[in-house]
Design a protein around this ligand. Structure first.
Ligand SMILES: Cc1cc2nc3c(=O)[nH]c(=O)nc-3n(C[C@H](O)[C@H](O)[C@H](O)COP(=O)(O)OP(=O)(O)OC[C@H]3O[C@@H](n4cnc5c(N)ncnc54)[C@H](O)[C@@H]3O)c2cc1C
Ligand code: SF4
Length: 480
């Protein structure tokens, strides 16, 4: 176990940002246990004591679901840990998950007033502490707490939600608290979306996700799994069955490939398939779970986002001797969270920056080498990042036996392809009002990655939350 000091060394001991314990890199690269170990009570109290309790706290504005951050930190300062969690839960139904995977450095912590002269308050770590502490309480207490949140309005209209990722779960929880009868339909055999099939165990333990989902279920939200909507039931079927509104949150689960020669060779995976086999289908628990996955001694992961970082770190833990992370821009442009980049480096991932694959070369139908070209950065493109340009004649080969393509995902077309009258934009995203989630079909709302394209957990949750308010208004007023 290691405990790092944060970058800036503040003179006064009492105001130093409290670091979080982590598993030692040498040990953790061989196991799937959680890397970051969380705060102790003493750590949490020390960190909470740094909060200035600002008159006009910027942190709340920086949070996409506007958690009363100042309020919950005050409650932690007063050791009212359960109240702190209730305060968070007023705006966020999945705090143990958000405390782990939200990019706080770009949101609440980025605008924290303490951060102007010092390290910002570790808001995410405190959120995680409050949530983890509660997870240790008895399940019965959890249920009582949850049920007490359901208002007495009890309209009890039926609402359907398609997709059980953070967007669907949040929308379901919010509607249940308002007294609606909610059913979430999920295509996979386990609820949670990317939280269960994408983000690996060592970053987000599935036990944590399960307990957060148990909280949502305890609000009397029904979750039906193995329901590929559009195929088993259509949107029209749902309305015929008495559902008064539908929220679609089917995510961005369609993997993209580069379109280069050799992508159909054995040993080439999309990150989506690779991570699903490892996480949801538990290939990492071999021999207890006999899910096939090609492990490989030398693995190349292509991409620079969280998905690429997760794939590379999974490959290492599955036993690869050498894992290359191939990214066509420089580290500065990498979309992955800084913490994930740092963790990947510590675990020995070999970053090949300003490099792009041009062909995967096979031998007897299996991956053998990847041919790459060196890149340089030109002028900024539409994304604001500098455009990568190939350096002519700089091609070179790397010997490998597995390639994981992690260059992005598009909207999942399973449901939308069965509703031709539903208006789509871009690469097949649902066109929906950014505030209410209303689509062009009355009673049908949408939010999360299926609308925005691949984004973040908290943005999907924010969309679920605001759609729940809009659904409530629609049901009460009947006005579309
Ligand atoms: C590997 C990986 C790592 C990530 N890391 C982070 C991170 O660290 N921090 C962060 O904030 N974000 C991260 N993200 C992004 C984040 O997970 C997503 O933005 C978020 O999960 C989107 O939520 P959602 O509810 O819109 O969809 P999803 O989580 O994709 O859930 C959609 C659900 O809908 C189901 N579904 C699809 N079609 C149907 C159908 N026809 N019928 C029934 N069900 C259907 C799917 O099976 C899925 O369960 C990561 C993503 C990936 C892939
Ligand atoms: S802005 Fe920072 S210091 Fe001020 S209340 Fe929020 S967390 Fe505390």
């Amino acid at each position: 176990m290691t405990k790092k000091t944060d970058k800036r060394n503040i003179k006064k001991e009492k105001i130093s940002r409290v670091a979080m314990s982590e598993q030692d890199p040498e040990k953790r690269k061989k196991n799937f246990n959680e890397v970051a170990l969380g705060y102790t009570e003493e750590d949490a109290l020390r960190e909470a004591s740094r909060c200035l309790q600002c008159k006009n706290p910027e942190c709340i504005k920086g949070c996409p679901v506007e958690i009363d951050i100042k309020g919950f930190i005050k409650l932690i300062q007063e050791k009212k840990f359960n109240d702190a969690l209730e305060k968070i839960r007023e705006r966020n139904s999945l705090p143990a998950i958000c405390g782990r995977v939200c990019p706080q450095e770009d949101q609440c912590e980025k605008v924290c007033i303490l951060g102007i002269k010092d390290d910002p308050v570790a808001i995410g770590r405190l959120e995680r502490y409050a949530a983890d502490r509660e997870l240790k309480r008895k399940a019965q207490r959890l249920k009582e707490c949850a049920l007490s949140e359901i208002t007495k309005r009890c309209t009890r209209e039926k609402i359907a939600i398609i997709g059980s990722g953070p967007g669907g779960l949040t929308c379901g929880a919010e509607l249940a608290k308002l007294g609606y009868r909610v059913t979430i339909f999920e295509a996979l055999h386990e609820p949670g979306g990317v939280l269960v099939y994408g983000i690996p165990e060592f970053r987000l333990p599935k036990e944590i996700v399960k307990r957060e989902i148990d909280y949502v279920k305890s609000l009397e939200v029904k979750i039906e799994v193995n329901m590929v909507m559009g195929k088993i039931l259509t949107l029209d079927d749902l309305f015929s069955e008495g559902f008064k509104a539908v929220f679609i949150s089917t995510g961005a689960g369609l993997p993209y490939f580069m379109g280069i020669p050799g992508e159909n060779l054995n040993g080439v995976y999309s990150a989506n398939e690779y991570l699903t086999r490892s996480n949801l289908m538990k290939a990492y628990k071999f021999p207890r779970c006999d899910t096939p996955i090609i492990r490989g001694d030398k693995v190349a992961v292509v991409g620079g986002g969280n998905v690429a970082m997760d794939s590379a770190r999974v490959a290492k833990r599955l036993g690869a001797k050498h894992v290359y992370l191939i990214y066509r821009r420089s580290e500065e442009e990498m979309p992955a969270r800084n913490e994930e980049i740092e963790h990947a480096r510590e675990e020995g991932i070999d970053f090949k920056l300003l490099v792009n694959p041009v062909e995967i070369i096979g031998k007897d139908g299996w991956v053998h080498k990847i041919m790459c070209i060196k890149m340089k950065l030109g002028e900024p493109d539409d994304s604001g990042r500098r455009r990568p340009l190939p350096v002519e004649g700089s091609e070179f080969d790397i010997e490998i036996d597995v390639v994981v393509m992690a260059i992005g995902q598009g909207p999942n077309p399973l449901l939308t392809s069965t509703v031709p009258r539903l208006e789509l934009i871009g690469r097949g995203n649902i066109k929906a009002d950014p505030v209410t989630g209303k689509t062009n079909i009355e009673g049908v709302f949408a939010g999360g990655d299926i609308v925005t394209g691949a984004a973040t957990v908290i943005l999907a949750m924010g969309a679920g939350k605001s759609a729940a308010a809009a659904i409530d208004e629609y049901i009460r007023t009947g006005i579309w």
